[in-house]
Design a protein around this ligand. Structure first.
Ligand code: ZN
Ligand code: ZN
Length: 364
């Protein structure tokens, strides 16, 4: 464990975990850019491994984002401010902060319209060609660093990133106190989406997955009911019936909202069929790029379908959920590693293997 240690600095050099080739991560020096007037320099303390980091490690690409040159990995992070630029007034050295990874242009129509997550000029941690944050120190705009209250740990701060996906999905899906919620998929994103839906007031949440172990985790984190489903298309109608029955149990009502955190034809078909007429389905998971789904049957029942791309303006709410205890992300952190070459390799292996690993966290 590197916690409380001196990180990995050799002779004062700033070190980072670089993705240099398929399946190859190397801790190497990382030269920091100059500190701009509205930037802060942050000493990283907690960095989580995301499914996307593992995907880049295994494939060197995600969709059209291709890793062509060595890239620093990591984007779920929190740390302590070391230095602030001349124009920064809201933060000071010593502040503990959670970092939002995406730097948008603030000039295009999407940014001006408040949907900056759709900005075409987004510079996002560990999305090529931009470096990530698994490093001793990084430089980042101050407006994307959010101060943590005393009762929120740096690890919880790093969890604001995956939690943000859940929060943005719940906003897009219009989850609320009158909405029965179905979640397809109980992986890390399914679980943070479930915790978000609860914090948004969802009175009853049903979670479906192909893996009974994952469902047991979902139950321990507060799912009201869980349903084991299969990957086979032929089981669709019977599974939809079982899922609807699970929502109806104990006086519960219909499925008003479904969040598909898996993103396969089968999970999305189930989502569309199980959701009540007039309900809403949000596609969160990206299991595949193209799917075949019963869209017409959903359309004639006026089931609205929305998607999400990352998140926007979610850190303040995530931090408030953590501060107030409305969301507890601590049980999601299943593995911890320090920041050495060996531990970085081990940590990614644990995360890639899945099984009992939900969130693997580096303590720097
Ligand atoms: Zn992530
Ligand atoms: Zn923009």
């Amino acid at each position: 464990m590197g916690k409380g240690g001196q990180g990995n600095e050799v002779e004062g050099e700033n070190m980072a975990a670089w993705l240099v080739a398929k399946d190859t991560l190397k801790i190497m020096p990382f030269k920091l850019p100059p500190l701009g007037p509205y930037d802060v320099r942050v000493r990283m303390k907690a960095v989580g491994i995301c499914g996307s980091d593992v995907h880049y490690l295994k494939e060197m690409r995600i969709a059209h984002f291709v890793v062509k040159e060595p890239m620093v990995i990591g984007h779920e992070c929190a740390g302590v401010i070391e230095e602030v630029g001349a124009g920064v007034t809201q933060l000071a050295a010593g502040d503990r902060v959670a970092l939002e990874p995406g730097i948008s242009c603030w000039r295009c129509r999407h940014c001006k319209g408040g949907r900056y997550n759709l900005c075409a000029d987004m510079k996002f941690f560990a999305t090529p060609p931009y470096h990530g944050s698994l490093a001793d120190q990084i430089v980042h705009p101050a407006d994307l660093c959010f101060k943590l209250p005393d009762n929120v740990s740096l690890e919880e701060g790093a969890m604001c990133e995956p939690l943000s996906v859940g929060v943005h999905a719940c906003r897009r899906a219009e989850v609320g106190p009158e909405k029965g919620v179905l979640i397809m998929g109980a992986g890390p994103i399914g679980l943070v989406t479930m915790l978000s839906a609860r914090a948004f007031g969802a009175p009853r949440i049903v979670v479906a997955d192909v893996d009974e172990h994952r469902l047991s985790v979902a139950r321990s984190l507060g799912a009201d009911a869980t349903v084991v489903v299969s990957a086979a298309e032929g089981d669709l109608a019977a599974e939809v019936e079982r899922i609807q029955a699970a929502m109806g149990d104990g006086g519960g009502g219909e499925i008003d909202v479904t969040l598909d955190c898996a993103g396969f034809s089968k999970s999305m078909s189930t989502a569309l069929e199980a959701t009540r007429p007039g309900g809403r389905v949000c596609l969160v998971g990206m299991g595949c790029n193209q799917m075949t789904v019963p869209l017409t049957s959903a359309a004639i029942r006026e089931v609205d379908v929305v998607g999400i791309f990352r998140y926007k303006d979610t850190w303040p709410l995530c931090i408030e959920f953590l501060r107030s205890g409305k969301v507890d992300v601590k049980p999601l952190i299943t593995h911890r590693f320090g920041f050495s070459q060996k531990e970085v390799e081990d940590a990614f292996e644990v995360s890639a293997r899945g099984r009992d690993a939900i969130k693997v966290m580096f303590n720097l």
